[in-house]
Design a protein around this ligand. Structure first.
Ligand code: TYM
Length: 510
């Protein structure tokens, strides 16, 4: 059994895992060990989980503790850099092809929300309305509408609107995004794309040209309003299910050639379809999945009638042999969504040994999912168009960075003078003061337009720290405050000089 890409000759027994097709092998299971080997990623081990818990001071999410997010690419490097004080940004996405999300789609978004909170980092979410237009029998206008509808479900997962930017390709595409796309596209031959994605002579040329669209957001300069124009201002971490790996394998292969960092990945197993791992959750078969729009009654009916059971065919058989947890869908779903580790363990033992019956575990699942879905629906109802517009706003200021890096600055270099209130001009003042501070500290390698406060290179932080230690004020935080005031005064002076120069230029011209 080997993993194929779409378009290759497939034997009946082969598992298929591509961004567009996922099906299990002949035994009805996905062989994840084989997938890791063939894709060339690594498994997440206990040590890495412990390091994440230590540096975020947060207990690992159940998805991580239970090995549901099980594979990665250079997540360890992201963690090592974070341990030294370097931040990163998160990037994930959704292809809007249906009115609402199913529970499987919630998996990466819930995990991303946990990562955002634990690491306190910004996040970008791509809605590939273009991808779904190119692959599905849908009008582009429908995909654009679905992108906005799906965004409401995504926002309902609770992402911080100040540090989260959601964008749909057909609306956001801007110059810096396009520049990244063409640079990536030039590095990948058609033969390579065929090998990675299984394109054939029948693929439309929009499909063949699409992978750079999903690759580009791995580079921070696709978002100049958030991260500036420096392709190396921040590293990127991508949470997703392992089906998306081909896109980012390609991205990682070309990263250095276009002058960027390789994006890191943290990848999950698949949340199985209701009718069993070999099936597919499909919008055309509503009984194959539970949707975030389902009612309590629908949830109960679907689970009772359609959830694939590994339990015995009769009560006697179940009591005698217990359930096969390897294939049992209610058990697998509880592993994703039942938070209580102890309770989960107990259910596994009782159901696996035959002490618990299929009807009982199904009822437990109904009791877990119904409030979860209802809670989601309540939160979604609060996501009005105005709320959504905040996530979609492409003019977020570098305020994100001021907040992000303040914590680090305070720890490393003394206190900041914290500005009260909001408003753009205050923000501009702070940005100017920060820029000035960086200049005074000799951080002249700061490229124009680079995200304010973001680390520029591995060396930069070290140089800066050494300078700060050399010039460290001796009177503690009071003098640090004085210094901040001085910095602000210098910034104001500079702004006044700039204004005077501009005025003089204006006079000369007339
Ligand atoms: P899409 O819409 O197919 O899926 C959205 C996200 O959900 C994950 N996913 C699942 N996770 C667990 N169990 C499942 N059964 C399951 N089905 C889907 C997907 O891996 C994905 O993370 N092309 C992408 C959209 C995209 C994207 C990205 C995804 C654009 N940029 C960056 C991840 C990261 C797509 O169509 O996803």
């Amino acid at each position: 059994m080997t993993t194929t890409t779409k378009g290759e000759e497939e034997e009946e027994s082969e598992q298929v895992v591509t961004p567009w097709d996922v099906s299990a092998g002949a035994d009805g299971k996905i062989d994840y060990t084989k997938l890791v080997r063939e894709f060339g990623c690594s498994e997440i081990d206990e040590n890495l989980i412990e390091r994440i818990e230590r540096c975020t001071k947060t207990k690992a999410h159940p998805f991580l503790r239970r090995g549901l997010f099980f594979a990665h690419r250079e997540l360890d490097e992201i963690v090592s850099a974070y341990e030294k004080g370097e931040k990163f940004y998160l990037y994930t996405g959704r292809g809007p092809s249906s009115e609402s999300l199913h529970l499987g789609h919630l998996v990466p978004f819930q995990f991303t929300k946990w990562l955002q909170d634990a690491f306190k980092v910004p996040l970008v979410i791509q809605l590939t309305d273009d991808e779904k237009f190119l692959w599905k029998d849908l009008q582009l206008e429908d995909c654009r509408r679905l992108a906005r509808e799906n965004a409401k479900d995504i926002a309902a997962c609770g992402f911080n609107p100040e540090t989260t930017f959601i964008f749909a390709d057909a609306s956001y595409m801007c110059s810096s995004f396009y520049v990244n796309m063409v640079k990536i596209a030039k590095c990948v031959t058609f033969n390579q794309a065929k090998g990675i994605f299984g394109f054939t002579g029948d693929s439309n040329i929009g499909q063949i040209g699409f992978p750079p669209v999903q690759a580009a957001p791995s580079f921070p300069d696709c978002f100049p309003h958030m991260f500036g124009m420096n392709k190396k201002s921040l590293k990127c971490l991508i949470p997703c299910a392992i089906d998306q790996d081909p896109y980012f394998r390609m991205t990682r292969d070309v990263s250095h050639r276009i002058g960027g960092y390789k994006p890191a990945l943290v990848e999950s197993r698949f949340f199985p379809a209701l009718k069993g791992e070999s099936g597919k959750m499909s919008a055309s078969d509503p009984t194959s999945a539970i949707y975030v729009t389902d009612t309590a009654k629908e949830i109960k009916n679907k689970i009772n009638k359609h959830a694939f059971s590994g339990g015995g065919a009769t009560i006697e058989e179940q009591r005698e042999n217990g359930a096969n947890l390897e294939v049992d869908v209610p058990w697998k779903w509880l592993n994703f969504f039942l938070e209580d580790d102890e309770k989960l363990k107990e259910i596994g033992e009782k159901y696996g040994s035959g002490e618990m019956l299929t009807g009982e575990i199904k009822q437990i699942l109904v009791d877990v999912l119904t409030p979860m879905v209802e809670e989601h629906q309540k939160r979604r109802a609060l996501v009005t168009d105005e709320v959504l517009d905040v996530y979609f706003n492409p003019t977020k200021t570098p305020k994100v960075f001021l907040d992000l890096f303040r914590e680090y600055e305070e720890k490393e270099f003394g206190k900041w003078e914290k500005k009260k209130g909001g408003g753009d001009s205050e923000n501009d003042d702070l940005c100017a003061a920060l820029e000035e501070k960086m200049k005074l500290e000799g951080a002249t390698e700061n490229e124009e337009g680079c995200a304010i406060g973001a680390p520029k290179s591995e060396d930069w932080l070290r140089i800066r720290k050494e300078r700060m230690q050399r010039d460290a004020p001796t009177e503690g935080s009071k003098s640090a405050l004085k210094k901040a005031a001085k910095i602000k005064a210098a910034a104001e002076k500079k702004a006044a000089e700039k204004a005077a120069k501009a005025a003089a230029r204006g006079e000369a011209a007339t």
